[in-house]
Design a protein around this ligand. Structure first.
Ligand SMILES: *Cc1c(COP(=O)(O)O)cnc(C)c1O
Length: 427
């Protein structure tokens, strides 16, 4: 390790809390000093010492076309020369809303934001304003950004009023958020029978990606839709990760279940800061200036973000049939890693959903937060560092999703399997 490389983190820590601008980047759960990045291209990311890694984080999901896609970067550069922000409407924002609405028809009207957090925060305010109710419900282990009402932990017990997920969140506010176990239809039913008429919204990741990857059980989302409709509760799908990850559209395009509101982010920004909220017209029209529920943003609909997002989505539209290949590649990677672990006698449960995966270090099955937390995080940390040494860039936490991009080649997969085999020799 060169002297300069080892110096970056201590220097960062002097001027940035913990040296990072988003906590998971500090590697607290795997130990060691975070590697600082110099640049990236396609499926590869390079650290400041020049070492190359195959990247399965992809900026935590957005880069489905890989890093620095030539057309995306060219379009952003050209746009930048013409001005980077106007604080006035541009045609690109209408194009973006049209494209999203065509791909995800339940999003009849769309408002752009600068982050997923803003989108989910707005969805909650909108649902509260629309229904005139204050309580909301979410599911343990689902992450919806860091706004106060959503950064809520489960208390002990099966269905509890939330407790603040962080100091600084008033307990009185946390008490308005009901926290339910993911994939548990019976608890959901009982909770709605008890509190249904007081709930403004229920928000869910239709495929959970923030406790590691956890798919919805058969019937779970269906039941959720039926019960929320019955009690006039606004159903919010947080598709910030899943939007345009599995198909040209949301996870909702692959099921019969349609939410009232949908939040997007990540992929639709093509690597620039973006979020979006959209849904039923009668609800969305309550937003200012048509309605009186306030929401705003100096850089919302930013021309560079619209450019990166539109180019990314337009490319994805031409790849409609290639999503299957991406899934197959992910499947092969997971299956071959599973075989290596089995041969070595190490228990893992690999949840693989389309082009997302998590290797849980335990026998499984993993279907909610409680089961995810049974994982051996020490073993994960050793695996993470081994893979890193062997040129594979994984998320520095057991409870995160791995992602593939269209830039990942069969050769990348072969190299990853080889690195996995090497890593397991010393685990
Ligand atoms: C990343 C994420 C968010 C928050 O998006 P930011 O752009 O980081 O604010 C919200 N919901 C889900 C499901 C996410 O994965």
């Amino acid at each position: 390790m060169s002297k300069t490389r080892s110096n970056y983190f201590p220097q960062a820590c002097k001027v940035i809390p913990g040296g990072v601008n988003s906590p998971v980047r500090a590697w607290k759960s795997v130990g060691g000093r975070p590697v600082f990045v110099s640049h990236a291209k396609g499926s590869k990311i390079f650290d400041v010492s020049g070492k190359e890694y195959i990247d399965y984080v992809l900026s935590w999901g957005p880069l489905i076309l890989g890093h620095a896609h030539s057309k995306v970067t060219a379009d952003v550069c050209n746009k930048a020369k013409k001005g980077t922000s106007f604080g006035a409407p541009t045609p690109a924002e209408t194009q973006m809303a049209k494209l999203i609405s065509e791909a995800i028809p339940s999003m009849e009207l769309i408002r752009m934001t600068s982050s997923g957090t803003e989108a989910t925060m707005t969805a909650i305010r909108l649902a509260r304003g629309f229904t005139g109710r204050d309580m909301i419900a979410k599911f343990d282990g689902c992450y919806h950004g860091h706004s106060d009402s959503l950064l809520i932990k489960a208390g002990s017990g099966v269905a509890t009023f939330g407790i603040p997920g962080s100091p600084g969140i008033p307990a009185d506010l946390a008490r308005l958020t009901l926290s339910l176990p993911y994939n548990d239809i019976d608890t959901l039913q009982k909770a709605i029978e008890t509190y249904g008429s007081r709930l403004a919204a229920i928000i869910v990741e239709p495929v959970a990606g923030n406790m590691g990857v956890v798919p919805p059980r058969n019937g779970f989302l269906d039941k959720l839709r039926k019960l929320t409709a019955q009690y006039s509760i606004v159903l919010i799908f947080d598709e910030v990760i899943t939007g345009f990850r599995f198909t040209f559209g949301g996870y909702q395009n692959l099921t019969e279940v349609k939410p009232d509101l949908t939040c997007l982010g990540k992929i639709i920004g093509g690597g620039l800061p973006v979020g979006a909220i959209g849904g039923r017209k009668e609800i969305m029209e309550k937003l200012a200036p048509t309605g009186d529920i306030y929401q705003a943003g100096t850089l919302s609909g930013n021309p560079l973000a619209m450019s990166a997002g539109l180019t990314t989505l337009n490319i994805l539209k031409t790849k409609k049939n290639s999503f299957l290949k991406l899934d197959e590649k992910t499947n092969r990677l997971c299956k071959e890693m599973q075989d290596l672990f089995s041969a070595k006698g190490i228990a893992v449960c690999i949840n693989c959903v389309y082009s997302m995966f998590t290797i849980f270090f335990q026998t499984g099955p993993v279907y909610d937060l409680d089961t995810a937390q049974k994982s051996d995080t020490m073993m994960f940390a050793r695996f993470f560092h081994g893979m890193l040494k062997n040129g594979i860039w994984l998320a520095p936490s057991q409870f995160e999703a791995g992602f593939l991009s269209f830039a990942h080649t069969q050769k990348d997969i072969d190299k990853t399997i080889d690195s996995c085999s090497k890593t397991l020799r010393n685990l």
